[in-house]
Design a protein around this ligand. Structure first.
Ligand code: ADP
Ligand code: MN
Ligand code: MN
Ligand code: MN
Length: 345
């Protein structure tokens, strides 16, 4: 038997966006534990905005498991928060009720800032560094400093070793701003992995004395870009059948559901989706081929391929909850009849 360090990780009850929480328990297993072998556990919900003090027990239900490469015999356990009965999802537990479909593929592009001493990493104590331009995909000390790349590389290795589908990295438009991409088949799978990747990044940067700023517009109304979490999505029907008529019906439904999408695309998004800095205004839906100033960008390949493939919703922001974002995308898609359905009707 081996003693494993199980890190149970969950989302707390903070609004408008939850924070990650985690605690460790040691358990013996003959080999690396499967999800089915991991027991329910509890925590004090009164300290996480999930219960009142007099009846504060909440239950942690393991839903996904990954090796923890930063620890000897470490296990990362993604959990849902349940009521004391262990079966009723807690009101803060969005994952329990979202739409899911393994044929729906999601690629999230997580942008964020490294922060140190209350400002973006590389910013001088007062004033600003040289304006935006050289930082995006930049190289060299004056563009990216001396520690950011080390962190993003370490984070990449941790994600890959944990079995998370990390797909790439780039330095972003603002100084101190970076991006990584996570891809998954199914909304829960993709979103679990995004939350776990966020967890690994937050934990990794502790030892550097650096924070991760997920706010979508940390530098306010300035000429510094905000942070998004573009949601690239495709269903089996979009990849295999597609077509211009279906695409246009889909876009009409996205337009109609504008406010439902904005409601779950992350807080303070009106400060980011201004129509400047490669964004579309938050209150007006638009789409365009290769258009980074549209709500939804349609890749060239999509049009060339007879309107088949994936689309990029550029509105979700860096602080958004990927469970709710993916679910709303699936909800809008589910409201548009496919050719087979409409032919049969
Ligand atoms: P850009 O910065 O040009 O918007 P990225 O390369 O950063 O693009 O991100 C593209 C994302 O699209 C990746 O996360 C990738 O996994 C995702 N993606 C690619 N193909 C599909 C697909 N068929 N369905 C869903 N997502 C996809
Ligand atoms: Mn990108
Ligand atoms: Mn980007
Ligand atoms: Mn993008």
């Amino acid at each position: 038997m081996t003693k494993y360090k199980l890190e149970y990780i969950w989302l707390d009850g903070y609004v408008p966006t939850p924070s990650l929480r985690g605690k460790t328990q040691i358990k013996e297993f003959a080999e690396f534990p499967t999800l089915e072998q991991l027991p329910l556990w509890g925590f004090d919900g009164s300290s996480t905005n999930q219960a009142e003090g007099h009846s504060s027990d909440c239950v942690l239900k393991p839903v996904a498991v990954y090796p923890d490469p930063a620890r000897t015999n470490g296990v990362l356990v993604m959990c849902e928060v349940m009521m004391p009965d262990g079966v009723t999802p807690h009101v803060s537990n969005k994952r329990a009720t979202i739409l899911d479909d393994e044929g729906a593929w999601f690629g999230f592009e997580q942008e964020y800032f490294f922060y140190k001493d209350g400002r973006p990493l590389g910013f001088p104590e007062s004033g600003y560094p040289a304006p935006q331009g050289p930082y995006y995909t930049g190289v060299g000390y004056k563009n990216v400093g001396d520690v950011a790349r080390q962190i993003v590389e370490e984070h990449l290795d941790l994600c890959l070793a944990a079995g998370i589908n990390h797909e790439g990295i780039n330095a972003e438009v603002a100084k101190g701003q970076w991006e990584f991409q996570i891809f998954g088949k199914g909304s829960k799978k993709a979103a679990d992995q995004m939350w776990m990747a966020r967890y690994l990044l937050l934990r990794l940067t502790e030892k550097y004395g650096i924070d991760i700023e997920f706010h979508c517009k940390p530098l306010g109304d300035t000429d510094w870009n905000g942070s998004g979490m573009h949601c690239n999505f495709s269903t089996a029907y979009m990849r295999e059948v597609g077509g211009k008529a279906y695409f246009e019906a889909l876009m009409a439904q996205f337009d109609k559901n504008l406010m439902d999408h904005i409601a779950v695309y992350g807080p303070d998004n009106d400060k980011r989706l201004t129509g400047k800095h490669e964004t579309a205004p938050w209150n007006k839906f638009s789409y365009g081929v290769a258009d980074r100033g549209a709500s939804i960008r349609v890749p060239h390949s999509f049009v060339k391929n007879d309107y088949k493939g994936y689309l990029e919703d550029r509105r979700p922001n860096s602080q958004g909850d990927p469970y709710q974002i993916a679910s709303q995308v699936l909800k809008t898609i589910s409201e548009v009849p496919t050719a087979a359905v409409s032919a049969a009707a």
